[in-house]
Design a protein around this ligand. Sequence first.
Ligand code: PBG
Length: 336
Amino acid sequence: MWRMADFELTRRPRRLRQNPALRTLTAETRLHPADFILPLFIADGLDAPREITSMPGVYQHTEDSLKTICHEALDAGVKAIDLFGVPLEEDKDATGSVAWAEDGILNRGIAALRDEFGDDLVIIADTCLDEFTDHGHCGVIRTDSRGNEYVDNDETIKLYCDMAVSQARAGAHMVSPSGMMDGQIGQIRKALDNEGFDDVVIMAYSAKYASKFFGPFRDAVGSSLKGDRRTYQQDPANVRESLLETELDIAEGADIVMVKPALPYLDVLAKVAETSPVPVAAYQVSGEYAMMKAAGANGWIDFEETMMESLVSIKRAGADQILTYYAIEAAKQLNG
Ligand code: PBG
């Protein structure tokens, strides 16, 4: 048995840090462009792409600019995108019905991408109602006997099922339920299978927290939400329920599970990754992007280097896939 004292003069960890080649050789974690999933927004009624104020460099897209950025992603080696739809204000209603309309903005975007890219690009659809409801909640609102409003779990899931099937029909390779209703994965799996879409993958937002880091995203999709999502998204104080949520989702048929946000929840990610028998994705959310962007713009941090550091940290913590608004730029940096 050796003792630390025997080695204290010869054991020099800095030896492996001498130059870039040695550091690269001994790096435990390597990012690759194919690790990334690029979240994208398509908006109805736009003539030209519109930059999102709180997310500089991120745009609401037209169908044309959406195709262009997907080509750019593929050229950089990014093989998957996650599409969100931004409907016209006047198309929003209490149930978010334009979400599953064949000619709704999200399904039009999915169909256009599947036409353009076939199976070369993994097309992931966000399966949630909050962009489409006039109240901004992720589900249907009911009033209980005491007159209090609540988001009805099972009624909401029925709509998620319609939405997922419509997305599969439009050409999505993958649906990603992000509404945190209990039992949503099992019901969506059943609905997809019943319609013959047993090959459509489900990426479950399993451990999704009621996070203020989503702030800029609400800008990005023109959310109508007043209030918060604390009755369905998880409490930031908790980690055990993330293990329960992911276990349930896997039991219900999730092909990929996700932890979200990423950087403030690396402990959750590490715990989930330790035991998950399916791939684990992490979502570096809008607020994470916006904070680093803002600090970079002020010259307070080096935006690019900080972004890469955050991405390698997310992978080191256990993410197999990383959803990041920085996907194309990061891939380009990796490609040299
Ligand atoms: C809900 C949804 C949200 C995000 C992705 N899907 C917002 C929310 O739950 O309030 C946030 C993504 C981000 O902040 O980048 N459909």
